[in-house]
Design a protein around this ligand. Structure first.
Ligand SMILES: Cc1ncc(COP(=O)(O)O)c(C=O)c1O
Length: 434
């Protein structure tokens, strides 16, 4: 008889994942596991989950364009004309006239010389960092940057130095130290323009000044800023009137632009270099035609209907104020991303399930995406939410918040929840430390 095959050590992690004391099995057995829930119908501010209609307050569809008739029609027309996919990389057989049109349009929109598309926002950040920062270079990266920036620093041959979240004094100290030790190294400062969990805006004026003082390139990831922040939705550099002084801005089409894909804008020279050297661009198939046409249609609507941006920001102000007056801690959100801090992880999952039962879908965020004891409900809004929907969301949060002791009925923070509920007193997001 043949010997039993040797156990595969490589799969040990997967076996451990299913151990009863692990977080996955605990959430499953408590009946509060919240992830990968299939959405059966998605109609902008409404969704059907498990046969029940709920208000969607957990998407990144900021301008409410995913179901807009002109957007859907543009996507359908692009499929009719070009087919369903490009079946190749931009470098070879995957460049359509439509890709070039979108690149030119985005460069103009963002006020920069040139643009290059990638097939997702994730690949954009990863690809830009990998192509620009090579052996001997230094990357200065905010500790709370998105996972795809972290991935970019990991695939890059450069050395990465992480500065404390949004801490400009710490960044200066690190720039001084490393510039003295390695004066010849090329330097890149990279940060989320809007932080995806806290909804706070990066300190672009200080970042620009530091980049100029130390001769570093500055890269802003505006995934949650384009179509949301700044005049006309042109992002965080434009918000501060600093478009000319921020070297590179990246963005995604999976949020305001109701599609899938990503882009980077900057000077002609740097963008052409990235186009010819980022492996995520060269060795991966290009954005399908319908995705590109969707973004072009969204840009038309964004420019023709400024009310969407105004409404979105008015909604964000109203909801932040609404949560605060109920007694919730929303950290220092400045955008339509509004975190509602719950504290303990298992309480957060139960809280999330109660919200869903009552009729609102949000995103539960637990460690390691946030520090221990600071689990939260990440809520986010669309220009198309009605006042009635917003009032209902707040009413549901109040009921569930009182039930779990996170707030009191008269609008105060409640008693501490089990575990590490101490985070509720904090107005400023601590570093996620990812
Ligand atoms: C800050 C940030 N950057 C980049 C991305 C990646 O974008 P995409 O979904 O297009 O890959 C995301 C998406 O979650 C994000 O939040």
């Amino acid at each position: 008889m043949a010997d039993a095959p040797a156990p595969r050590a490589i799969f040990q992690k997967a076996r451990q994942f299913f151990e009863p004391e692990g977080r996955y099995m605990q959430a499953k057995s408590a009946g509060v596991y919240p992830y990968f829930r299939p959405i059966e119908v998605a109609e902008g501010t409404r969704a059907v989950i498990n046969g029940k209609e709920v208000i969607m307050a957990g998407s990144n569809n900021y301008l409410g364009l995913t179901n807009h008739p002109a957007v859907v029609e543009a996507a359908q027309a692009a499929i009719e004309k070009y087919g369903s996919g490009c079946t190749g990389s931009r470098f070879l057989n995957g460049t359509l006239d439509l890709h070039l049109e979108l690149e030119a349009r985005l460069a103009r929109f963002m006020g920069k010389e040139a643009c290059v598309l990638f097939s997702t926002g994730y690949m954009t950040n990863q690809g830009v960092i990998q192509s620009l920062a090579g052996r001997g270079d230094l990357i200065f990266s905010d500790k709370d940057n998105h996972a795809c920036i972290v991935a970019g620093t990991q695939v890059s041959a450069a050395e990465t130095v992480r500065f404390r979240h949004n801490d400009m004094a710490h960044l200066r100290m690190l720039l001084e130290k490393h510039s003295t030790e390695r004066p010849e190294a090329g330097k890149l400062i990279v940060t989320d323009g809007v932080f995806s969990m806290s909804g706070t805006i990066a300190q672009v004026p200080e970042l620009v000044a530091l980049a100029e003082e130390f001769g570093a390139g500055l890269m802003l990831d505006d995934a949650h800023a384009v179509g949301v922040v700044g005049p006309g939705g042109k992002g965080t550099a434009a918000h501060f009137g600093l478009t000319d002084r921020a070297d590179l801005t990246t963005g995604t089409f999976s949020k305001s632009f109701a599609s899938l894909g990503g882009f980077v804008v900057g000077s002609h020279e740097v963008i052409e270099y990235i186009r010819h050297s980022a492996s995520a661009h060269i060795f991966s198939a290009s954005m399908p035609p319908a995705n590109v046409a969707t973004v072009l249609a969204c840009l038309d609507i964004l420019e023709a209907e400024p009310w969407r941006l105004e409404r979105l920001n008015a909604i964000a102000d109203r909801m932040r104020e609404g949560y605060r007056s109920l007694g919730f801690n929303v950290w220092s959100s400045q955008t339509p991303i509004i975190p509602v801090v719950i504290g303990d992880q298992m309480t957060s999952l139960a809280f999330w399930n109660d919200l869903l039962k009552e009729g609102v879908f949000v995103n539960p965020v637990v460690p390691p995406a946030v520090p221990r004891g600071q689990s939260l409900m990440r809520t986010s809004y669309m220009a198309t939410h009605t006042d009635e929907e917003l009032d209902e969301i707040l009413a549901i949060f109040q009921r569930v918040g009182v039930k779990h002791g996170i707030i009191t009925e008269d609008g105060k923070p409640g008693h501490l929840v089990s575990g590490h509920g101490d985070a509720r007193g904090e107005a400023v997001p601590p570093s996620m430390g990812r």
